[in-house]
Design a protein around this ligand. Structure first.
Ligand SMILES: [Zn+2]
Length: 199
């Protein structure tokens, strides 16, 4: 794995202070307000964080998965109240996964599992159908669009467990709420959804 010399937030060839950011960019990262006990984000989707996520998702800088996982791991270390037994990624649209050729949430979940020494599984939370992208939909449409779209395979593996679900961006929370509902209905004792950024 080759780490860049450049800051992913501003592109400047300057020393990396923490994660993939220079000192200036770090100073511009706004921590997300934790207004919901179960749906959590590291930062506001803006400035350097937005740039980093864009680089990860669309410029295919896959090495960022490990960096984001470390950031999540540090966040979880200062929030010991977020207890979990297993880590799951939010599944991608099958066609989208094919086009993008990787599920960025699974890559983060995998590395976070290694860091936290917890199992991470890509095959438990799955999609029942390919809904359209949430982009451009109103909050109400988003809720409709994700309704009943997720399914739990092997519910035995999460029954009475505390589940941590990983995703990149939380926008209206429609996806997160649907994931929460699906996993609770499947018997999970607790469900947390942690994303890099809150839009
Ligand atoms: Zn920077």
């Amino acid at each position: 794995m080759v780490f860049p010399e450049r800051c992913i937030g501003c592109g400047r060839n300057t020393s990396i202070e923490k994660y993939c950011f220079c000192r200036d960019c770090l100073a511009h990262i706004i921590p997300a307000p934790q207004s919901n006990r179960y749906i959590l984000s590291l930062a506001i989707y803006d400035g350097p964080v937005q740039k980093a996520i864009h680089a990860f998702k669309y410029e295919r800088k896959k090495w960022l998965a490990k960096i984001f996982a470390r950031w999540m791991s540090d966040f979880l270390s200062v929030h010991p109240e977020i207890e979990f037994d297993i880590i799951l990624p939010v599944p991608l649209h099958l066609v989208r996964e094919f086009h993008r050729s990787f599920n960025q949430s699974w890559m983060m979940a995998y590395h976070l599992g290694k860091l936290k020494k917890k199992p991470a599984r890509p095959d438990i939370l799955t999609k029942t159908r390919n809904n359209r992208s949430q982009t451009g939909l109103t909050s109400n449409e988003r809720r409709q669009n994700v309704r009943d779209v997720y399914r739990v395979k092997r519910p035995r593996l999460i029954e009475n467990s505390k589940v941590l679900v990983i995703d990149d961006v939380c926008t209206t929370g429609a996806t997160a709420e649907e994931v929460y509902r699906t996993l609770k209905n499947a018997g999970a004792k607790k469900v947390y959804i942690l994303t890099i950024a809150k839009a």
